[in-house]
Design a protein around this ligand. Structure first.
Ligand code: NDP
Length: 281
């Protein structure tokens, strides 16, 4: 399986599992947990959640899904910028650990940049790391200039979670290369597009027709995922609310896009020619 390595040498699979909008409805809960179990069974250890998602409902569902198998999981959660002061960061982390039913996170991210000085949040994250409550920390939705500021603080940031898919390619201009050169893992969120627009795209549908996976004919979602996963040392975290979607996404790991596919995709979803501000949702 394709992997991603952190600067500290820790290695994880390049495909992980998102969990935004899970745990919100009783009717879908069992299937959402079964989907995460299917991913864990296949060796996808990374689960991404956040205190924001469903005001803790996602963390509670993830906590239920990983009970008894914490050692199989690389757990990511996030602190909201409104909770990113020194004291509130410590309290947010404790509350996330409580909802997740664990004593540590493998990666803790500042969800996006807010009004609290970076230095103060970094101090809190470093304190959590020293206490063993988080193994490493990172950021999310940070553009090149924000990363530069972190650098100037001498901060030991492990990852930057960003919007990256065929429709949002701006980060290819400089951010992806910058983070890679610094040994910072890029984590691509919403790899299937915002609102699933990529799934109906005629070019993706057509390219999918020319590929087979071990589980049968390829789908547009698999093409979109394979395209994101072509980037070196990048983790993609699609959210699959069902076992069918989870298994389909796992099979995308085996899919290799041809040069011709990539040229068609570049013609349809143009790569950036200049710096554009980082997009986020
Ligand atoms: P995704 O790109 O993962 O798309 C999720 C949607 O695609 C869901 O509707 C899902 O449906 C559907 N889907 C998944 N697999 C398939 C498939 N094989 N075929 C067809 N449809 C499929 O979007 P998200 O916005 O959820 O992003 C992924 C994760 O990234 C989030 O869950 C969250 O963990 C993280 N995130 C982080 C952000 C940040 O600011 N740091 C912002 C946004 C997301 P279904 O549920 O029915 O499977």
């Amino acid at each position: 399986m394709k992997t991603v390595s952190f600067r500290d040498g820790h290695t994880i699979p390049a495909l992980g599992m998102g969990s935004w909008n899970v745990g919100d409805a009783t009717a879908t809960r069992a299937e959402e947990i079964a989907s995460l179990h299917a991913g864990l069974d296949a060796g996808l250890s990374v689960v991404d959640t956040a205190e924001m998602y469903g005001s803790g409902r996602s963390e509670r569902l993830v906590g239920e899904a990983i009970r008894g198998r914490r050692d199989d999981v690389f757990l990511i959660s996030k602190v909201l910028p409104s909770n990113a002061s020194y004291e509130k960061t410590l309290r947010s982390c404790e509350a996330s650990l409580d909802r997740l039913g664990t004593d540590h996170l493998d990666l803790y991210l500042l969800h996006w940049r807010g009004g609290v000085p970076l230095e103060e949040t970094v101090e809190a994250l470093t304190h959590l790391q020293n206490r063993g409550m988080i193994r490493r920390w990172g950021v999310s939705n940070f553009d090149t200039e924000d990363m530069q500021e972190l650098d100037e603080l001498g901060a030991d940031c492990a990852a930057n979670q960003i919007l990256y898919n065929l429709e949002a390619r701006g980060v290819e201009f400089d951010l992806l290369a910058r983070d890679k050169a610094a040994g910072i893992v890029s984590i691509a969120y919403s790899p299937l597009g915002q609102g699933g627009t990529l799934l109906d795209d005629p070019v993706l549908i057509d390219i999918a027709k020319s590929h087979e996976t071990t589980k049968g004919p390829a789908s547009p979602a698999q093409i979109a995922l394979a395209w994101v996963l072509r980037q070196p040392n990048l983790l993609a975290i699609p959210k699959a609310g069902s076992r069918v979607h989870m298994r389909e996404n796992i099979a995308a790991l085996d899919l290799v896009l041809s040069k011709e596919d990539q040229t068609r995709l570049d013609a349809h979803f143009a790569p950036p020619r200049s710096k554009t501000p980082l997009e986020m949702i």
